[in-house]
Design a protein around this ligand. Structure first.
Ligand SMILES: [Zn+2]
Length: 371
């Protein structure tokens, strides 16, 4: 199949666009687009894409390439109110409407090859206004084996109910989402660590990260010395983690930076929504979230471009912290927590061992890669 070149499109329309192509499978080095795998001509540089920088990750994004098949396009939930699931084919440049002002595909969650049943899904989605209709549609998607459409509906339920006073419904959606493996999504890109030095992943003893879709793969990171988290009196200023810098795990763009909430002492927990944080758009649909930062301790502003390894701010004790720690997770464009991949060294029975592309785990002692 001939692939449209985006250079030609840019000339024809006068619009500067990124090379773009929709493909069916989640990205990853092992899952290159079929046309590329077959060695066929492509309008974009063929071969492994260098995803060590923002532009490369945008290029590698499954939704950042020209279409090579008819697809059902599932938007991010944050845009699904305006952009319903729909069919897009190679002839349509309508994908442009799924792009933001920088021509980045930020409104798209997934695109999959079009199937006959998608026709009915798209039609029923338009009319499913009530909870019962949505549930019925979800069941129907499962029967039809439209698993991505089913997951899309679960994501929408989770997103909606996080703002509504109905925790039973939220829990129902969360459990379904996990049953269906929606929480197993993972960053296709490997990043560096958000901290420097020797750190530990706290064990989530009360499983509080597991009860929210934005934190299922979040890690609470502390910097211990031996078995101690602090020296002297048990006040935040004596914690080794207090005022430790946090670092950009990749280059990217700051999409949120908040640091006006106060730090609090040990024994007092502020509400969860009163924590300072920074969120970085890492490119390719992946975001990094740094929570519990220090009051007036954030060094970047919304819209700033950052470099990998740049200091973003200092850890504090804002929000619902027990003790000073960094709450860190990677997220997708809807703020759903996804698994990470990092370059790091992990303490094992055989000493420090380099890991490349693994996620952190509870209880691990880790540090940045050293020579
Ligand atoms: Zn946390």
């Amino acid at each position: 199949m001939l692939l449209r070149t985006w250079a030609a499109l840019a000339v024809a329309t006068g619009i500067v666009v990124q090379p773009a192509l929709v493909r069916p499978q989640p990205v990853g080095a092992e899952e290159m687009p079929s046309a590329v795998a077959r060695g066929e001509a492509s309008p974009i540089p063929v071969g492994p894409i260098d995803t060590s920088h923002y532009v490369g990750r945008q290029l590698a994004h499954e939704l950042a390439r020209p279409l090579e098949f008819d697809a059902i396009v599932l938007p991010l939930i944050t845009s699904s109110k305006v952009l319903a699931p729909r069919r897009v084919n190679e002839q349509q440049i309508a994908l442009a409407s799924y792009r933001d002002e920088h021509a980045q595909p930020k409104f798209l969650w997934k695109a999959y090859p079009w199937r006959e049943q998608h026709e009915e899904f798209v039609a029923r989605f338009q009319t499913a206004k009530h909870e019962a209709d949505r549930y019925e549609l979800y069941r129907w998607c499962e029967q039809q084996e439209l698993y991505d459409c089913a997951e899309f509906l679960l994501r929408r339920g989770l997103f909606d109910y996080q703002y509504r006073d109905s925790s039973d419904n939220y829990r129902w959606y969360l459990n379904k989402w996990k049953e269906n493996g929606g929480h197993q999504r993972r960053s296709p890109f490997t990043f560096t660590l958000p901290v420097r030095g020797q750190w530990k992943v706290m064990v989530d003893t009360d499983r509080h990260h597991q009860s929210k879709h934005w934190s299922v793969w979040a890690w609470d990171l502390v910097m211990p010395r031996g078995y101690d988290l602090h020296q002297g009196a048990d006040v935040v200023q004596n914690y080794f983690t207090w005022r430790q810098p946090v670092y950009a795990v990749s280059d990217g763009v700051v999409v949120a930076a908040v640091d006006h909430f106060p730090d609090h002492q040990i024994g007092y927990n502020a509400p969860a929504d009163q924590g300072n944080y920074v969120q970085i758009d890492c490119g390719g649909g992946v975001y990094a979230y740094y929570g519990h930062l220090r009051q007036r301790g954030v060094h970047v502003r919304k819209g700033d471009k950052v470099q990998q390894g740049q200091v973003l701010g200092l850890i504090g004790s804002s929000g619902d912290t027990g003790v000073p720690h960094l709450h860190f997770t990677l997220m997708d464009g809807d703020g759903f927590s996804i698994r990470g991949r990092y370059q790091m060294e992990v303490w094992t029975t055989a000493g420090w061992r380099a890991y490349d592309g693994m996620d952190l785990e509870e209880g691990w002692h880790f540090r940045e890669v050293r020579e």
